[in-house]
Design a protein. Structure first.
Length: 411
């Protein structure tokens, strides 16, 4: 084998940096000089994945053939004995995505070609409109529609609560809420106050925005199944694209309860790590969209299987696309999204901060609310380690939620 084709893994670099957000980036280098980039970020627990990768995963990869993505995936999944779990699966994902990037570069083809080629022109996205009031949220939604977005997620502060999911009250992000001593910010929750307010948002949205735009809403796992069923029925007249994370579903059967009562489409999956977390929901057709992220559910290798399995049951993929996922994740998901026959929609909150643009480059472009995927070999992403060093990791936590009597709730 000539040196230019030698894909023996010689280095696995794990870089934790904070260009606007904390990211765990995996860079796998081969003998040939070709390298790949992957994302392994678990928001709020970044150093756990980085340590796991450096201490336990990297030594197993040195000397392996980077072409053997499937065998390496199985080796890290079955071989670890302790299967599944967010830290383990994010580490596998970081490695897997970097290896797909290398394979594409070695083949001289974009990763979507290796998956089977394009099924569509571009990847349709939904953007976020989040406001202090219904009017404020709808102003933002109108601005997004004017930019060309055809789907928007609507979230509004709940009247009577000091803080609400997604509403940052003038602060840039959760870092700013944590000041000099980073600890999880605490936010109140009241199901009654939320349920009394939420219908008005969608009633007014349809009145102001019309019937063409697709509308989504994220409940962020705050309801019980029967409450979610009631919410789904309440929102039926407003024809949502989907209601997201209505219930935390370690118990997948919870979604049967919601499904039995409402025709509002249901989406879940951003915190799932494997196909096993959503297998019953998919095969029983209790959900409509599976929202697993490449970074959290084991990479392109695993997401491709989830997509194919979901297709059998009319479930479409709608990958998580929050700001705590790095451009390496966006790129991996854009390649999956342009290929997957059962692609639904991609969550999109922008390609990242200015700081992130100093560190990551990519060849994705946004036009009329759709991501166009470039044709660079691999995933088209690069990572500048020197620039990353100028943005050191900052310990940060996601908020926690409490009921008004102090009971800890799902955030
Ligand atoms: C979404 C998500 C995010 C998550 C965040 C946690 O639908 O975009 O719910 O807002 O809360 O990614 O790290
Ligand atoms: Mg969500």
């Amino acid at each position: 084998m000539s040196k230019t084709q030698d894909l023996t893994i010689t280095d696995v670099r794990v870089i934790v940096s904070s260009p606007g957000r904390n990211f765990v980036t995996v860079k796998i280098v081969t003998e040939s000089g070709l390298y790949g980039i992957g994302d392994a970020t678990v928001n709020g627990r970044e150093q756990a994945v980085a340590t796991y990768l450096r201490e336990h995963v990297a030594p197993c990869l040195i000397g392996r053939n980077a072409h053997q993505i499937e065998d390496i995936w199985q080796y890290l999944y079955k071989g670890v004995y302790w299967r599944k779990g967010p830290i383990n699966m994010a580490a596998i994902a970081g490695v897997d995505v970097a290896l797909w990037d290398i394979k594409g570069k070695a083949a001289g083809l974009p990763v979507y070609e290796l998956l089977g080629g394009k099924s569509r022109k571009a990847v349709t996205t939904y953007a976020h409109a989040t406001g202090e009031t219904v009017a404020d949220t709808l102003d933002k939604a109108e601005a997004l529609i004017a930019q060309g977005f055809t789907a928007v997620r609507l979230q509004t502060a709940v009247p009577g609560l000091d803080a609400s999911y997604g509403v940052l009250r003038g602060q840039k992000d959760y870092f700013e809420q944590q000041s000099s001593r980073p600890l999880p910010p605490e936010e109140p929750w009241s199901t009654r106050k939320y349920m009394n307010a939420i219908e008005a948002l969608f009633r007014e949205a349809r009145a102001r925005l019309g019937d063409e735009v697709a509308l989504c809403h994220d409940v962020h796992s705050r309801l019980t199944p029967i409450e979610a069923a009631r919410l789904g029925k309440m929102l039926e007249p407003y024809d949502l694209l989907f209601l997201e994370d209505a219930v935390a579903a370690e118990n997948q059967d919870s979604y049967r309860v919601i499904r039995d009562h409402t025709t509002t489409p249901l989406a879940i999956g951003e915190i799932y790590n494997t196909i096993w977390d959503c297998k019953e929901m998919i095969q029983n057709q209790w959900i409509d969209y599976i929202r697993c992220a490449t970074t959290h559910a084991g990479g392109i290798t695993a997401m491709r299987r989830i997509a194919d399995f979901a297709a059998l049951f009319h479930v479409r993929i709608a990958p998580h696309g929050a700001p705590d996922l790095s451009p390496a994740c966006y790129a991996a998901q854009a390649h999956l999204g342009i290929w997957a026959p059962n692609f639904g929609i991609q969550e999109f909150v922008g390609f990242g901060s200015e700081a992130s643009a100093e560190v990551f480059s990519h060849d994705l472009t946004l036009e009329n609310g759709m991501i166009h995927v470039g044709d660079s070999p691999g995933l088209g992403v690069d990572f500048d380690e020197e620039a990353a060093a100028r943005h050191p990791y900052k310990r940060s936590y996601l908020p926690v939620s409490r009921l008004e009597d102090g009971t800890l709730w799902s955030w």
